[in-house]
Design a protein around this ligand. Structure first.
Ligand SMILES: Cc1cc2nc3c(=O)[nH]c(=O)nc-3n(C[C@H](O)[C@H](O)[C@H](O)COP(=O)(O)OP(=O)(O)OC[C@H]3O[C@@H](n4cnc5c(N)ncnc54)[C@H](O)[C@@H]3O)c2cc1C
Length: 298
């Protein structure tokens, strides 16, 4: 029996990955698999491991730069309804890794729970937000998803499912150490709040985002990590005069210098060249080595 016949979820062969990346860049995946549930996912992993086939999990594709050559292996998307479930009991929210932050917020707005508002507008899935420890910096203070995590449910390479408590996870600025697992979901711990205050904070975060970020063309948010809370990569790149600079179809945003836009059918190689030029100039001008926030997939 062919291995693929055992799987219940959706399988697509030679699937263009640009469809799943917010950047609209990237070659084909040998296989794209959307498991129906955890057992289906485990069956796929066991096969991949036995046959030494590489795999990679993609969330909403809002922080990944996919190579023009694509990915030779299985790309896993937790897009089935099973991975998008959400339940709320008292102040604990249990959400699947495939659920979008937007849907999480929409659901939480029906309650009087608070503490998650800073996530407003981050176009992530729960899985991607946990792996990247997504968040915002406001008035010199960082707010990240790790602040509200209670437990994370993961699947390891051996096919074992278990929960990891918040204090056992190595959360850091835009990093979590969770990328060695497949994140299946999480429990978030929130506080009770006043509805009008919650709605106001959500509005404020949306406003802040519209002021700061560029939505005019496909992009994957901030390319580089900020060197510190007080020193933004965008400011350093701007000071080097990169706003509006382009390479092939990729261009540094005129609004936010840490955003690269796919303004005209950019290739991953255009973006990478632009990133290298930026890093070199920032290093020469400020003696600072910028580090990528985005994840490169090849
Ligand atoms: C317009 C725009 C604005 C943005 N603003 C912000 C912001 O304010 N703050 C911020 O932090 N980020 C921001 N981002 C970046 C991005 O949204 C975050 O990094 C987000 O956490 C990525 O989530 P994702 O689901 O898209 O993950 P992807 O981009 O699909 O994947 C990111 C990484 O997570 C891994 N991953 C995803 N899901 C799983 C899983 N279930 N199990 C294991 N690994 C997984 C992938 O393998 C990859 O390594 C922005 C992006 C855009 C396009």
């Amino acid at each position: 029996m062919k291995w693929s016949a055992r799987l219940k979820g959706k399988l697509k062969f030679k699937e263009p990955l640009k469809k799943y990346s917010n950047f609209k860049i990237g070659g084909e995946a040998s296989v794209l698999f959307e498991p129906q549930n955890t057992n289906d996912l485990i069956n796929c992993l066991v096969y991949a491991k036995k046959n030494k086939i590489p795999y990679f999990v993609i969330g909403n594709g809002t922080n990944v730069l996919i190579s023009d050559k694509g990915f030779k292996g299985v790309v896993i998307r937790l897009a089935s309804p099973y991975f998008k479930r959400i339940s709320i009991k008292n102040n604990i929210v249990t959400a699947g890794a495939g659920l979008g932050i937007k849907d999480l917020i929409r659901r939480l707005l029906e309650t009087n729970l608070s503490g998650y508002e800073f996530l407003t507008g981050i176009p992530a899935s729960i899985g991607g937000a946990l792996v990247m420890n997504a968040g915002v910096t406001k008035e010199g203070k960082r707010f990240s998803i790790c602040d509200i995590v209670y437990k994370v449910k993961v699947l390891n390479k051996k096919g074992k499912v278990f929960n990891i408590a918040r204090d056992k996870i190595k959360f850091n600025y835009r990093r979590s150490g969770l990328d060695k697992y497949i994140v299946l979901g999480a429990q978030l711990k929130l506080n009770k709040g006043k509805k009008s205050d919650i709605e106001k904070r959500i509005k404020d975060y949306l406003c802040l985002r519209r002021q700061r970020q560029d939505y005019s063309k496909p992009n994957i948010g901030c390319i580089f990590r900020n060197p510190s809370v007080y020193l933004s990569a965008g400011m350093l790149i701007d000071k080097c005069g990169f706003k509006g600079r382009h390479c092939g179809g990729a261009m540094v945003s005129k609004k936010h210098a840490n955003f690269i836009l796919n303004f005209n059918r950019a290739k991953a190689s255009d973006v990478i060249k632009l990133m290298e030029t930026i890093k070199k100039k920032v290093r020469n001008n400020f003696d600072i080595s910028l580090r990528e926030e985005i994840k490169l997939v090849s």
